[in-house]
Design a protein around this ligand. Sequence first.
Ligand code: 1GP
Length: 255
Amino acid sequence: MSTQHSTLFDYLVDIPRQKHAGYMILVDPDRQSGETASRIAHEAQHSGVDIVLVGSSLLVEEIMDECIHALRQETDLPIIIFPGGATQVSRFADAILFMSLLSGRNPNFLIGEQVRAAPLVQRYRLEAIPTAYILVDGGSYTSVAYMSDTHPIPRDKPDITWAHALAAQYMGMRLIYLEAGSGAELTVPTEMVRIVRERVELPVIVGGGIRTPEQAAELVSAGAQFIVTGSVFENGYEQGHMKRFADAIHSPHEK
Ligand code: 1GP
């Protein structure tokens, strides 16, 4: 983050202005050992990744702190918490996506966890980035749908999706996160991304089920300003794969 940005949010929204779209890597401390997290962070540092997200559907604060410490040994990229709940607020992060699971009707994930987290966010002086988290059907039953006890928006209902995103805009949120769920069979449909991008002014993050640089480039071409990948780097993968993702996201029209 350079000195010309006074907040991480300012830095974040500048990324798509500079290089088409931004690339976020998700580290899930529940599923990745410290060693794997460090390896991913090391590779992210040298592959053109823009942001590291840390979060999970389950875990508690100490593991979060340990994970962020491990990541800091390997990278100076901004580290943003992508929380599954109020137990994941860590003082060692640079910011937190202060999310509301807007597509659901479970009051605990709409406002309950946020009320529990808010005093800690203030105490730790974490930058909170108000984010509308919108879960879209990714063709399989995902942890986030199970843990949050919410229904994803059907894939063929872009009108429902953009209405949620527009409501987020009118409620003063700063980012839209279109989520198919970690490990989803299918990504958020490109047409849905296109419609949300056309009709809503907020920057759009897209994640869940993105396994190839080509899929990432397609989603960027449809209007995604940030792409998140997580599970694709949990197990074995080809050397240079992360860099190929970064290149596809930063220059989606080059083959
Ligand atoms: C999950 O969008 C992220 O919240 C990443 O999903 O693990 O499928 O890449 P994947």
